[in-house]
Design a protein around this ligand. Structure first.
Ligand code: GLC
Ligand code: CA
Length: 569
């Protein structure tokens, strides 16, 4: 497969706030491409696919953990934070990946599960064996499991308690996730320093950013619920000061699965900043809710709660990732509705969420896939795609836990979908062979050959978005409409950014969640008389009338991105 040169954004390479305009792509090393035929994806394989990612228009890769690990939690159970799991490659290969990505103007974000380690980590082994030794206090030990009773269990499918008895030390240890993932004791200054040391190690290796995994859970207390407690924020503030002093231009992104105000707290304030980015967990489930309820009210409500971020900060918006589609942050009523629409088979559920990929969730509807992406790319913040979703890959709900949506990338209709030359039985997970999503139908090669494929559509929408910095940098104003299925907002950018001079831009984005065509009237009093032009093809739309009203027709589950050109005063 060969790929033509991509569009490069003006100045992205030199912009310290590059993450505000970047398009991110989450790729698990294990799942993407196998370079040595042992059945497991590796760094060499990923390097060989950088041309593809560059062609697609990706600005930054997010790599989930590839550290030394027993892989009992997809690598989020780390046994050595400074080593690469041998089946994935070596530190030298990682350096090569960073260099080759940078040559292509692509950045690399690491994932850092700092809240916990694997029970195989030498720190934990030392801690359980020698309570008085240097690592004795590295974990949260207790003689009783009755501490911190306000703290909820997250992995409700597998864990009954956040405490597990260790037969070696004869004490309980605390864990927010699996019982093989003891939480580090952040009260201990030696732990705090060890974490800084690891972050420096990877920044020195050239990485451009770090995803702070499970960030709300660092500190716990008897009074609090163990989520975003004050000492946790104080620690992130200190980390941010270190990054600003020692590694300017690098980025921290928070994984905080919480309610809007709590997530936004991880941006910190203008005076006391914390993370540059935070994943937009509040918006994500509401996109899926709107698609099936055919109403925009929930999105309108959440957008008004989450758009304000401190200067220089940005949301990371996403539809899917390597975890279940979490439904923790919606009301019980909505959760039941979502299960009914999207997880009618109990196999599709996991913990408090749905373990399916994007295309199967949307029943492989091209209209819905386009609508969901158009929304993702128009919302405030920077979009994160999940590998394989650009070709509409399926999942395998017969696999356990979140492996359902971590199957090998489908490159070609050949053996193992072109992912690996191994004996098919040796693959880390089988390739998808379901009726609708079989790799002989859904693969990169076939979609490259077809100009109207989802892959080409996604690439095009990425490039249209990138040509308009307003999507990354601008503000958002919801506009009133007369239809409950319509969502309309104006993105505006006044052009104060370093590379755009005084170029200013306003874009009307309108989406219809209705399952039939609709006509909708939008109130745009500030733009009376303005003309509207389609961003994709340049088509002229009806102008906004003198009273500030415009009526548009939208096909089933469709959208427009329209440039607003105000009439000269
Ligand atoms: C994060 C990861 C998830 C992992 C958990 C525990 O939520 O996204 O995959 O299981 O942390 O490390
Ligand atoms: Ca391999």
């Amino acid at each position: 497969m060969s790929f033509t040169a991509p569009i490069t954004l003006p100045g992205l390479a030199l912009d310290p706030q590059w993450y505000r305009r970047a398009v991110f792509y989450e790729v698990m090393v294990r799942c993407f491409a196998d370079s040595n035929g042992d059945g497991t994806g590796d760094l060499g394989g990923l390097i060989s696919k950088l041309d593809y990612l560059q062609w697609l228009g990706i600005d930054a890769l997010w790599l989930p953990p590839f550290y030394q690990s027993p892989l009992r939690d997809g690598g989020y159970d780390v046994s050595d934070f400074k080593a690469v799991l041998p089946e994935f490659g070596t530190l030298d290969e990682f350096r090569e990946l960073v260099t080759k990505a940078h040559e292509r103007n692509m950045r690399v974000i690491m994932d850092f599960p700092l809240n916990h380690t694997s029970d195989q980590h030498p720190w934990f082994q030392a801690s359980r064996e020698d309570p008085d030794g240097p690592y004795g206090d590295f974990y949260v030990w207790s003689d009783t499991d009755k501490k911190y009773e306000n703290i909820r269990v997250i992995f409700v499918d597998t864990e009954e308690s956040n405490w597990t008895f260790d037969p070696v030390r004869r004490q309980f240890f605390f864990h927010r996730f699996f019982s093989h993932q003891p939480d580090l004791n952040f009260e201990n200054p030696a732990v705090q320093d060890a974490i800084f040391d690891i972050i420096r190690f990877w920044f020195d290796m050239g990485v451009d950013g770090i995803r702070l995994d499970a960030i709300p859970y660092l500190f716990e207390s008897e009074e609090g619920n163990g989520e975003g407690e004050p000492p946790t924020h104080a620690y992130i503030q200190r980390l941010r000061r270190m990054v600003d002093d020692e590694y300017p231009g690098r980025m921290l992104v928070a994984e905080a699965n919480q309610w809007p105000r709590e997530v936004a707290a991880f941006f910190g304030t203008a005076e006391e900043p914390e993370c540059h980015m935070a994943f937009d967990f509040p918006v994500m489930p509401r996109i899926f809710y709107s698609l099936r309820s055919q109403t925009s009210g929930e999105l309108v409500k959440i957008l008004s709660e989450t758009t304000d971020v401190p200067p220089g900060a940005a949301w990371g918006v996403f539809l899917r990732n390597h975890d279940e589609l979490t439904l923790e942050m919606v009301s019980e009523e909505y959760r039941q509705a979502m299960y009914g629409w999207y997880a009618y088979d109990p196999r599709m559920r996991s913990n408090v969420g749905i373990r399916r990929r994007l295309a199967p969730l949307l029943d492989n509807s091209r209209a819905e896939l386009e609508l969901a992406h158009a929304l993702l790319f128009a919302l405030p913040g920077s979009p994160f795609l999940y590998y394989g979703d650009e070709i509409g890959m399926g999942d395998n709900i017969w696999l356990s836990d979140r492996d359902a949506s971590r199957t090998p990338m489908q490159w070609t209709p050949d053996r193992n979908a072109g992912f690996s030359s191994a004996d098919p039985g040796k693959l880390y997970l089988p390739v998808v062979q379901s009726l609708v999503y079989h790799y002989s139908l859904i693969n990169v090669e076939a979609q490259l050959a077809q100009s109207r494929s989802l892959l080409h559509w996604v690439r095009n929408v990425i490039h249209v978005r990138k040509a308009h910095p307003t999507f990354g940098l601008g503000s958002l104003q919801v506009q009133q409409t007369d239809h409950e299925s319509a969502l309309a907002f104006v993105r505006s950018y006044a052009g104060s950014g370093m590379h755009f001079g005084d170029q200013s831009e306003e874009i009307l984005c309108i989406f219809s969640f209705a399952h039939n065509p609709i006509s909708v009237t939008v109130q745009m009093p500030e733009h009376a008389g303005a003309s509207l032009t389609d961003l994709f093809g340049g088509g002229q739309f009806p102008s906004i009338a003198g009273d500030g009203v415009v009526t548009l027709t939208l096909g089933t589950q469709s959208f427009y991105w329209l440039k607003i050109t105000d009439r000269p005063a």
